[in-house]
Design a protein around this ligand. Structure first.
Ligand code: PLP
Length: 454
């Protein structure tokens, strides 16, 4: 019985049955995978596409709005949107039009276009951070903001929260405290173990201790944890965390790669977070590789003083990349911001998100599970306990691998896709009430079978 109240044997039976069903439905994907294994490790162009699930990857043909279709002709309602990289839904007409026009006129010049000016102005107006730079991903943005923080403070160390994820960058792929610090993945230099300190989320005392040596360049954090289910900050947490960081001479970096899609202007605006540096990416490019970061006027001056040419210069800040800030990505970002990520669209998505969370809790109650489904914007989570988690450690208890894998496979076979094991359902801006209803119907069938064999 793991987690509590779930019959392990029943979970296993469901898993076996659904795996057989999946194999039947995805024969063409299986053929493509076999062929692809001869030219790509794991048969995929990027490792995660094979690592996302215990089952084989499905090969996609096309998508529109909340749906995509695979090579076997199966249609899926997507409740993850490429880990929020396609939060506007697939092929949103406004972005598709802008990208088509831009591609026909040249995608990349290593020179600025007007779209970049407009995207920067819109981001400044929405988030309160006055100056912006563009990269190719949120990971790349985090790499650059850490460099800026190091130069600004003359310090090397980074402070982060357990349950963090800030991209596949060396500095933050470390977990564990003090002597227990360990790499989260292979291929990283040993030296990074000494340059990061990690403390539990919502633990102000631990934060204060970690800052005490005054050797931290920046505290880098999501406004709330979104890579281990979802974990909200305690009331007043951010005001005090910010005060402690500033008092210790550290900058505050807020990473809104996910949370920017939860509220207009992101949670930075909604919760008044006042960071020194702010990272966004993913959905703002609407599927086109994109990243950006905002900064204060003071940090912008620093970037101006330490301008780097295309060849690394000793006095230049190491910022930039050949395809960063390219015309195509900026056209996509401008169209997304101007035409899709409107106040009204955020409001509508959050309203539907609330229906999703309320509906899930109703399903849990109906099937006599004392579980919760917190909501932020269009995102929810399956919390397999009566209390919401306050830390990553508490949240991990709801992410039991077998439970999540079985649930996702059951739902996949019924046309619901959730790509990320440690996330939870998320609505795109293209989802409609009927899509939420379908999710709840399938969720109910799964929970009913767990409770009493269906
Ligand atoms: C909070 C956060 N920051 C950064 C990233 C990295 O984004 P990307 O993989 O697009 O570089 C992620 C990816 O999930 C994320 O969740």
């Amino acid at each position: 019985m793991t987690p509590e109240g779930i019959d392990d044997r029943r979970l296993e039976e469901i898993g076996r049955r659904e795996a057989r069903c999946f194999a039947e439905r995805t024969r063409r994907s299986a053929e493509l995978l076999e062929r692809a294994r001869r030219s790509m490790p794991n048969g995929v162009p990027m490792a995660w596409m094979a690592g996302l699930c215990d089952h084989a990857p499905i090969f996609v043909t096309h998508g529109e709005g909340a749906w995509f279709e695979d090579v076997d002709g199966n249609r899926y309602l997507d409740f993850n949107q490429a880990d929020l990289a396609a939060t506007l839904g697939f092929a949103p007409p406004a972005v598709t039009g802008a990208v088509r026009r831009r591609a026909a006129e040249g995608a990349s010049f290593l020179l600025p276009t007007e779209d970049g000016v407009i995207a920067a102005e819109l981001l400044a107006e929405r988030t309160g951070l006055p100056f912006w730079q563009f990269t190719g991903s949120a990971s790349a943005s985090n790499t650059e903001v850490l460099r800026i923080a190091r130069v600004a403070t003359g310090r090397e160390k980074v402070l982060a929260f357990e349950g963090k994820y800030h991209g596949h960058i060396d500095e933050t792929l470390v977990d564990g405290r003090g002597a227990d610090a360990r790499h989260e993945a292979l291929g990283l230099p040993r030296s990074v173990l000494a340059t990061i300190r990690v403390v539990p989320f919502n633990d102000l005392a631990a934060l204060e201790v970690a800052l005490a040596a005054r050797d931290i360049a920046c505290l880098v954090a999501e406004p709330m944890l979104t890579n281990v289910g979802i974990v909200f900050p305690d009331e007043g947490f951010w005001a005090e965390a910010r005060r402690l960081a500033r008092q210790a001479g550290a900058l505050l970096v807020i990473d809104e790669a996910h949370t920017h899609s939860f509220a207009y202007g992101g949670l930075t605006r909604a919760w008044g977070l006042e960071p020194d540096l702010l990272v966004v990416g993913k959905g703002l490019g609407s599927g086109i590789a994109f990243g950006a970061y905002g900064m204060t006027a003071e940090l912008s001056d620093l970037c101006v003083r330490h301008l780097d040419g295309s060849v690394a210069e000793a006095d230049g800040l190491a910022l930039g990349g050949t395809t960063y800030g390219n015309a195509l990505a900026l056209a996509a970002a401008r169209a997304s911001l101007e035409q899709c990520l409107t106040k009204e669209a955020y409001r509508r998505t959050a309203e539907l998100g609330q229906k999703l969370g309320d509906g899930l809790e109703a399903v849990f109650r109906r099937r006599s599970f004392d579980w919760r489904a917190p909501v932020i914007g269009g995102r929810s989570a399956w919390v397999l306990f009566p209390e919401l988690p306050r830390t990553a450690e508490e949240s991990y208890r709801s992410l039991d691998r077998r439970f999540v894998e079985t649930r996702r496979l059951f739902m996949l076979n019924r046309g619901i896709w959730e790509a990320i094991r440690t996330a939870g359902p998320a609505l795109s801006f293209a989802h409609r009430q009927a899509d939420v209803a379908r999710y709840l119907e399938v969720a109910d069938a799964f929970v009913a079978e767990l409770r009493d064999g269906g």
